[in-house]
Design a protein around this ligand. Structure first.
Ligand SMILES: CC(C)(COP(=O)(O)OP(=O)(O)OC[C@H]1O[C@@H](n2cnc3c(N)ncnc32)[C@H](O)[C@@H]1OP(=O)(O)O)[C@@H](O)C(=O)NCCC(=O)NCCS
Length: 286
């Protein structure tokens, strides 16, 4: 088996075996061209006489943190350990580019992937819970726009960048930040929260205080995402409801949050109408 960086000439072959990876399809066919051109990461392919047997990508999120994702082995070649060999090549790439740590995310129901990453020497260090629901016009639920709804007991207020240092310092030892090891989500990727993350969030209107809780949010087109929520059992439900209020006001159609895996927090998310699903965050120290 040969391992090399993917080129545009590989796209058709990759698309041919990644279109229906999951029940919902796959994002690889849409993203692969962009990833190949992105100098902050690399897409490695495994190739033998039968052609491309698999791919995986690693990308630098900071000077020292890398993120690995999009491991896809051609269905007829699964179970041969190819993903493990690809992981070794990606770890070498990350090391050579200055990373000290590589992280990745695996959904708890992906047993094949969990076995593979554990065999590759990664350690599971945290659980992140994805909680989401449709909102606004996208839902028949009366909680949505235009229907009868009870307002949350709190209002989310924007926080100024001046408060970023204090919040950033508090996160890793906070009730919700500790189990998440001080990580924050950016889309589906996690990195250690830094002050610049919060200054940036404040400057684009995505840093909020809600009672004594606080949150970082990001809106991408129709999805309103909560990248971080620090709250407590007394406030969790109202904090989530007030974030849903903000999402509704901004015309979002979908609401999604990354939460620490704490019973009272996931229960509050369910009470607010969210479906929840846990994923493991795995780490390899280089
Ligand atoms: C997850 C995946 C990348 C693993 O790659 P792989 O090269 O098959 O990994 P391995 O050969 O180490 O097998 C891993 C586990 O898959 C399972 N497995 C074995 N044969 C399999 C097959 N034919 N089909 C599916 N899974 C199989 C086994 O549990 C195996 O563990 P074991 O060898 O300890 O019993 C691959 O299954 C895949 O492409 N899955 C679909 C995409 C996906 O889920 N990607 C990861 C997203 S986080």
């Amino acid at each position: 088996m040969e391992f090399r960086s993917a080129t545009h000439g590989d796209i058709a072959e990759i698309v041919a075996f990644t279109t229906d990876t999951f029940e919902w399809g796959d994002y690889v066919p849409e993203m692969i061209g962009e990833w190949i051109d992105d100098p902050s990461g690399t897409v490695m392919v495994a190739v033998d006489d039968s052609g491309i047997t698999g791919l995986a990508r690693v990308v630098l999120l900071s000077n020292t943190e890398a993120w690995s994702h999009a491991a896809r082995i051609r269905p007829d070649r699964r179970g041969e350990g190819i993903a493990g060999q690809l992981a070794d090549v990606l770890l070498d790439w990350a090391r050579a580019h200055g990373a000290l740590i590589v992280r990745l995310l695996v959904e708890d129901d992906n047993h094949a992937s969990i076995r593979q990453v554990a065999k590759a020497g990664l350690r599971r260090v945290a659980t992140a819970v994805r909680a989401g629901r449709p909102i606004g016009d996208a839902t028949p639920n009366p909680d949505g726009n235009g229907g009868r709804r009870t307002s949350s007991g709190f209002t989310a207020r924007p926080v100024k960048a001046a408060d970023a240092p204090m919040l950033a310092a508090a996160w890793s030892s906070s009730r919700c930040g500790r189990p998440l090891r001080g990580l924050i989500a950016n889309g589906w990727r996690f990195h250690i929260l830094t002050e610049p993350d919060l200054i940036d969030a404040a400057q684009r209107g995505g840093l909020w205080e809600i009672g004594s809780s606080w949150a970082v949010t990001r809106q991408d087109e129709a999805t309103f995402g909560v990248s971080l929520l620090d709250t407590d059992p007394a406030e969790a439900f109202d904090a989530i409801r007030s974030l849903i209020d903000v999402a509704n006001e901004r015309g979002a159609e979908a609401f999604s949050m990354w939460l620490a895996d704490i019973d009272w927090l996931t229960q509050a998310a369910r009470r607010a109408g969210c479906d929840v699903s846990p994923s493991g965050i795995w780490v390899y120290s280089l």
